[in-house]
Ligand binder design. Structure first.
Ligand SMILES: [Zn+2]
Length: 450
């Protein structure tokens, strides 16, 4: 990469840390409606100081979307997605330093949101600053979307993206997250699973009744259990007709990338105290199931009396919360429709299906996309080691709104490390990862402008 840029980054660590501190010391907890407006304004100010033209889009009942743009020498553009909201810091007593006072200890910076996702934002911003300081102009055009509701499921982002497609034109997108794995190799992740979340409600009489009537009064807890057992059996396959119809078979390249990922099943089994995973999968079969197969989980189930001792009743109601993790090209709204149809045709039309908002579609960018190649080459450049391409994560997020625009999306040039404790007390980043993220982003800007 450009040696003057590299030298600038390495000699401006203090400036980069000050930016990180400004962001992390501003609380911005979306779940608690805490400091969001203030953090959006802070992000706007910091982007403006780095030469961006910034617009704040207010979202009715939500946190503002920050949109920034800066023209570079080349009109070719990268779109960056980050979020300025963070998880709640509780439980506070488990933090070794105050969650909203960035603290440096032993080569790490500690603070709520420092990894997820303020470190990414600050690192990428410092890549921009380096180019401006050294050459006065960016090699390519940069567009940036920062939302303030990622940690509560991005309820407004899809609508915002749909209304502002013209602002989001780019060669490709750099997603929040990214960083290095345990072995220190940079990771480039190319997808997320989707999710549909429902509550199933079975109802019997209009009140609990003495269970001596159990011979004649229909029991909603039984009905719920019977209905659930039609959805998935011990074979672990979802029995909803059509559920698998849209499941895209992983490509040969994706399977190959999966084969190269580190073995983590043993470690996970030990940490969970499990002898066996579902269907006994291990190694590659474990990863294939985890990354490429959809799933259906009963997340919670409740009905009737569950307190101490006995209470002999037929309950009036029973409920189960169920999620479906989806893979390309399944669609959350279609899966919910198929579920309703399934319950009807199996004689459970009386069970109410309450769909929770916040479902999202799966997203996956092909491994052979030119964008992925560019980002991977820049990773090699910045980290001095070969990046690991991860076809998808098993989690979910709003990536689908951007891949839905036809954009290739790569989660890379981030400050992540598996020991970052995101969402947990003592969230941290390693300062070396922060610096590498800046270099990686700086290299992407250069490569795109070339
Ligand atoms: Zn998060």
């Amino acid at each position: 990469m450009d040696e003057r840029i590299r030298a600038y980054v390495l000699s401006h660590r203090d400036q980069a840390l000050r930016d990180l501190e400004r962001l992390c010391n501003q609380p911005s907890v979306s779940a608690q409606h805490l400091g969001l407006e203030e953090c959006a304004l802070l992000a706007k100010a910091m982007l403006e100081e780095a030469g961006f033209t910034v617009r704040l889009f207010s979202v009715p009942g939500g946190a503002p979307v920050v949109y920034a743009e800066q023209r570079g020498r080349s009109p070719r553009a990268v779109l960056i997605y980050d979020h300025y909201d963070v998880q709640p810091p509780e439980p506070l007593e488990l933090w070794q330093s105050s969650p909203f006072t960035l603290t440096i200890r032993d080569g790490r910076a500690y603070g709520r949101g420092v990894s997820d996702d303020k470190g990414c934002f600050a690192a990428r911003l410092n890549a921009v600053k380096a180019w401006r300081a050294v050459y006065g102009v960016l090699p390519c055009t940069v567009r940036w979307v920062l939302e303030g509701e990622e940690e509560i499921g991005s309820p407004h982002l899809g609508g915002w993206v749909a209304e502002h497609r013209e602002l989001l034109q780019a060669e490709g997108c750099i997603w929040e997250g990214g960083g290095v794995n345990w072995a220190g190799h940079p990771t480039i992740t190319l997808g997320l699973k989707g999710i549909a979340y429902v509550e199933l409600v079975a109802r019997g009489g209009n009140r609990d009744v003495h269970s001596s009537y159990g011979a004649v009064v229909p029991n909603p807890a039984w009905r719920l259990v019977w209905a659930l057992s039609t959805i998935k059996g011990p074979g672990e396959r979802v029995r909803i007709r059509g559920f698998y119809d849209r499941v895209r078979r992983p490509t040969r390249q994706e399977r190959e990338a999966l084969r190269l990922l580190p073995e983590e099943d043993q470690h996970l089994a030990e940490s969970l105290g499990l002898k066996l995973f579902v269907k006994g999968v291990r190694g590659y079969a474990f990863r294939r199931r985890l990354y490429f197969e959809p799933s259906c989980s009963i997340c919670g189930i409740v009905g009737g009396y569950t307190g101490p001792g006995t209470k002999t009743i037929v309950p009036a109601e029973a409920r189960a919360k169920v999620d479906f993790r989806l893979v390309p090209d399944q669609r959350p709204e279609e899966v919910v429709a198929l579920l309703r149809e399934h319950l009807r045709t199996h004689g459970f039309g009386d069970i109410e299906v309450v769909e929770h908002p916040g479902g999202s579609a799966p997203a996956r960018t092909p491994l052979d996309s030119p964008w992925v190649r560019l980002v991977a080459e820049c990773a090699r450049d910045a980290y001095g080691t070969t990046p690991v391409l991860v076809p998808t994560m098993p989690g979910s997020g709003p990536m689908c709104y951007f891949t839905g625009l036809g954009l290739p999306v790569a989660m890379a040039a981030g400050t992540g490390h598996p020991d970052n404790r995101i969402h947990a007390p003592n969230e941290n980043i390693r300062l070396e990862d922060y610096e590498k993220a800046i270099l990686h982003m700086a290299s992407v800007l250069e490569a795109l402008g070339r």
